[in-house]
Design a protein around this ligand. Structure first.
Ligand code: UD1
Length: 343
């Protein structure tokens, strides 16, 4: 298939582009580069030895999006879309809700309008475990009622609703809603990985910057949760496993009409200390940390029930927390400033 990947230069996008190429698909990337670098695709081309075409386009520019689809029409067209493009910082979304709703929701509506007009009706959407909100017991299962509790999460929830309505109105659509748990790690080569702008919000990128000397110490947000070691539990998933999940999902829905929801997680809850200690093993020495107050909005513990993805897609995670930290560390150590050129 020829697959268009929106947000294909970003963290999960670039790893998925690599997996799609290795599975024999052709890939076209569309990205506005607001939070990512084209260098990731340079490296994906190096790693795979395969071409990837790139279009510097914003989903808010609907005619430009249509132009990308049009550019391939004479050569068989685009067969499917994997849609990652979107803003993703929870804290920022609380302060800039209109920017988040406009960018994520309107951008997706533009994409869907173009897809419909061009007759491309296979879509894999990058959703999040955050849609389960704070109302559900863990482990999360796909049939639970969703209800996110911050603007970022609500953009994901609203897009899920829009896609469900679109699929209900026209049975020609093939739609996968993938709810990711906590993606970490990097390609085992250490050539592509996560490159957060500014101070990382997420745990593993922060630990990695402590390990490389860019931050003084990790602040552990909450040591008094009702969990085995007092720190919060999450379901960490290696970005390569997650990317393989996208390849499995696009292959599956291409052959099956309807709207499907799958959790992509391991089913295992790991604590902040479990992650810190796994990272210390990868680095080979202890890392400085301090236990601080809980972070507002954090839940004590959640993880996936990943059994639907196994049953329907034949997909499950293969990599351990130690492998996630080893691979993340190799990327961070070899690229201390991410994709920025060395000073
Ligand atoms: C966060 C987002 C979630 C998003 C996901 C993407 C919030 C509240 N949630 O999930 O919507 O889909 O990232 O990966 O931002 N921690 C520390 N110190 C740190 C950073 C984190 O102790 O410096 C702890 C957190 O309190 C949490 C765990 O590490 O218990 C994981 O945090 P994080 O990596 O930010 O992921 P989530 O909060 O689960």
């Amino acid at each position: 298939m020829r697959v268009l990947v929106t947000g294909g230069t970003g963290y999960i996008g670039s790893h998925t582009v690599l997996c799609l190429l290795e599975a024999g698909h052709q890939v076209v990337v569309l990205d506005n580069l607001v939070n990512s670098s084209q260098e990731s695709l340079v490296r994906v081309r190096e790693l795979t030895g395969k071409p990837v075409s790139f279009h510097h386009v914003d989903l808010l520019d609907e005619p430009a999006v249509d132009g990308v689809f049009g550019a391939y029409e004479a050569d068989g067209g685009i067969d499917a879309v994997i849609h990652f493009a979107g803003l993703k910082a929870v804290g920022e979304s609380v302060h800039q809700p209109l920017r988040y709703y406009h960018n994520n929701v309107t951008g997706t509506i533009n994409l869907l309008r173009v897809m419909d007009a061009r007759g491309v009706r296979t879509l894999v959407f990058s959703s999040s475990a955050t849609v389960y909100g704070d109302r559900n017991p863990t482990p999360y299962i796909e049939k639970m009622d969703i209800g996110a509790n911050n603007p970022y999460g609500r953009t994901k929830e609203q897009i899920e609703d829009i896609l469900s309505d679109v699929g209900a109105a026209d049975s020609r659509w093939h739609i996968a809603l993938l709810r990711y748990f906590n993606p970490v790690g990097a390609h085992p080569s250490g050539r592509i990985g996560e490159d957060p702008m500014g101070i990382p919000n997420n745990l593993v990128p922060f630990i990695a910057q402590v390990a490389v000397g860019r931050r003084e110490k990790l602040m552990v947000f909450g040591g008094d949760y009702d969990t085995p070691d007092g720190t919060a539990l999450r379901d960490y998933i290696h970005v390569m496993d997650l990317s393989e999940g996208h390849v499995a999902a696009v292959d599956h829905v291409a052959k099956r009409e309807g709207v499907f929801r799958w959790n992509l997680g391991s089913g295992i809850g790991s604590s902040v200390f479990d992650v810190l200690h796994a990272f210390e093993r990868a680095v080979g020495h202890p890392l400085p940390y301090e236990v601080a107050a809980r972070r507002a909005g954090d839940l004590p513990a959640f993880w996936a029930d990943p059994s639907s993805a196994l049953a329907d897609l034949g997909w499950s995670t293969t990599k351990t927390l130690d492998e996630m930290c080893e691979d993340h560390w190799r990327w961070q150590k070899n690229n201390p400033a991410g994709y920025a050129p060395a000073e």
